[in-house]
Structures are given as structure tokens and as C-alpha cells.
Design a protein around this ligand. Structure first.
Ligand SMILES: Cc1cc2nc3c(=O)[nH]c(=O)nc-3n(C[C@H](O)[C@H](O)[C@H](O)COP(=O)(O)O)c2cc1C
Ligand code: SF4
Ligand code: SF4
Length: 273
């Protein structure tokens, strides 16, 4: 049995879980090839999926769905009926539309989706002052990844002939979800900026930007291309890039989610079969 794990990860949480899942598969005797499609240049290469009996796709939840550029990339694939599994990392808030909408894309691309999972990951907006899942993923999350790998393997081999069952229905239309995606700059992060600060011009923010939105020399960000993933902010060695102070929106966000910081951080991941 040979499996591919394909992951998009702007700030490392999803990649961390992918490494854990890869190790778990390998312990179960599965050969695993890992692919990272975060960089624009990697999404422009073709991945030959023909040698694999199962493909695992891992994404962060961005405004209730997989990141826009990852969704666009999925639409370039052809599954030929191959089995696929999904997993997401998320920052403590709404996650269920991501399972449903990504399964729909994969089904339309002729994959058969057999499982999905969500794992807590430090919320990217903690970079601006939120405090959601500051220490995740952690050991219990890694233990759940073990169960996910085993259940997914059973479905890839056919020992368990099931496919991914009913999921919570999103109460949001596609247009509403597109609206949330556009609004995050206005309400939460604003565009990343150096705010006039000098830097060593290492170019990492431009080279590693998943969408080609960052111009390292001018420090300007193209608002039409930027997906607010904050890879540039997280990875700047000089720590000169920043976003809006997100703390004023933190209490409102907890209120909207009808939760407290303490309860939020107790959340556990979930497997869907
Ligand atoms: C633009 C953006 C939107 C996000 N939207 C959500 C969301 O709707 N629900 C949620 O729980 N977390 C959300 N998050 C948090 C991420 O899903 C979480 O931090 C994830 O683990 C990041 O993964 P990565 O480190 O692999 O990039 C969002 C993060 C970003 C950058
Ligand atoms: S990553 Fe930071 S130091 Fe490097 S070019 Fe970008 S802003 Fe400058
Ligand atoms: S410029 Fe935008 S898309 Fe590029 S790394 Fe920064 S936040 Fe992500």
C-alpha cells in the first residue's frame, strides 16, 4: 500500500499534523510520499497520483473553508475514482463547512472521500493578539492522529468498505462564504505591513508567499492576491512584519462563538467516518 499526503500549511500547524499522520501510516507498514503545495511554485508542478492507493489532503481552515488557492488547485486534479481522505487544522471556531465544501470539490473531481478529521492548531490571528489554542497541536491531538491513520487505512485497503458519511450541513451559501473571505481584511487582520520598518531584505516573505502577493523590496502587499495566511508574518526572521492588533475583536469573537477562552482551549479534535 502506497499513500500520498498532500498538504498546504502557511504557519506550520497542518504540516506538523501531516508529519504525525505520515509516521503513523509508516508504523502501520504503509509507504508514504509527502507533498507540500503551500508555495505557488509547488502548486504549478504536476503531482502524479497514479502510484497511490489513497491520497490524504491536509489544509488549514481559512474563513470556514480550505484556503482559496488550495480549493483552486484541487479543481485542477482528476481523481479517476481514487480514494481520498481529508484533514484540517483549525483555530477553535467554525470548521464544519470546510469538510463539506472540500468533499464536494473532490467528489466533483472524481475522488471517493472516505474520511475526514479536524485537529486544533494555534490560531494564525494569535500573531495579532488572539489567544486561541496557543499550544496546539499537542499530545492528545497526536494520539487522535493515530486513530485517524488507522481508520483511514482500513478504508483505503477496503477492510472497512465505508465512505465518509453525513456531515453537518453548512448554514452558509457559497456567496456568504465568499463574503467572509473578503471581510477578514477589513474586520480582523488588515494587510501585513512593515509599517516603515527597515529590514535585512532576506526576501523570505516574497519567496514563501503562497500567492505571489508580497513584494519584499517595497514591503507592499497586493490585496487582490493576498489570502491573509500570515506565512510572511510568522516567518520573517527580523520580525518586522505585523498585522492589525486583533485583540479588540477577540472578545467579540468569543461572544459570537458563545464560548470563553478557557472552554475554547479545551476543545478536542474529531474524526469523521
Ligand atoms: C485567513 C484565516 C482564516 C481563518 N479562519 C478560521 C476559521 O474560520 N475557523 C477556525 O477555527 N480557524 C480559522 N483560522 C485559523 C487556522 O485554521 C489555524 O490557525 C490553522 O491551524 C493554521 O494552519 P497552518 O499553520 O497550517 O497554516 C483561520 C486562519 C487564517 C489565516
Ligand atoms: S522576511 Fe522580513 S526581513 Fe525578510 S525581506 Fe521580508 S520583511 Fe524583510
Ligand atoms: S502576503 Fe498575504 S498571502 Fe502572502 S504570505 Fe503574507 S499574508 Fe500570506
Amino acid at each position: 500500500m502506497k499513500v500520498a499526503i498532500i498538504v498546504f500549511s502557511a504557519t506550520g500547524n497542518t504540516a506538523r499534523m501531516a508529519r504525525e499522520i505520515k509516521t503513523n501510516f509508516e508504523t502501520l507498514g504503509v509507504a508514504v510520499d509527502g507533498y507540500d503545495i503551500t508555495a505557488l511554485s509547488d502548486r504549478q508542478k504536476t503531482i502524479d497520483i497514479s502510484p497511490y492507493q489513497g491520497i490524504v489532503f491536509g489544509f488549514p481552515v481559512h474563513s470556514l473553508r480550505a484556503p482559496r488557492v488550495a480549493r483552486e488547485w484541487l479543481r485542477t486534479l482528476t481523481g479517476h475514482g481514487k480514494k481520498a481522505a481529508l484533514f484540517f487544522t483549525y483555530g477553535g471556531f467554525t470548521v464544519h463547512p470546510a469538510h463539506q465544501s472540500t468533499r464536494q470539490i473532490l467528489t466533483e473531481q472524481n475522488f471517493s472521500v472516505v474520511s475526514s478529521a479536524e485537529f486544533p492548531g494555534a490560531h494564525t490571528f494569535n500573531l495579532g493578539g488572539w489567544r486561541a489554542f496557543p499550544d496546539r497541536p499537542n499530545e492528545p491531538d497526536f494520539n487522535l492522529a493515530q486513530d485517524y491513520a488507522q481508520a483511514t487505512l482500513n478504508r483505503f485497503t477496503g477492510e472497512d468498505p465505508g465512505i465518509l458519511g453525513d456531515l453537518d450541513h453548512s448554514i452558509y451559501s457559497g456567496e456568504q462564504l465568499d463574503g467572509f473571505e473578503r471581510l477578514r481584511f477589513k474586520i480582523v487582520t488588515q494587510l501585513p505591513t512593515r509599517a516603515g520598518r527597515e529590514c535585512s531584505l532576506c526576501m523570505a516573505c516574497e519567496d514563501e508567499c503562497p500567492t505571489g502577493a508580497m513584494d519584499a523590496v517595497t514591503g507592499e502587499v497586493d490585496s487582490h492576491k493576498c489570502i491573509a495566511c500570515l506565512a510572511c508574518v510568522a516567518n520573517c526572521p527580523d520580525q518586522v512584519l505585523s498585522i492589525n492588533d486583533t485583540t479588540p475583536f477577540w472578545a467579540f469573537k468569543l461572544d459570537m462563538g458563545k464560548t470563553t477562552e478557557q472552554d475554547l482551549n479545551l476543545q478536542q479534535g474529531k474524526i469523521y467516518l
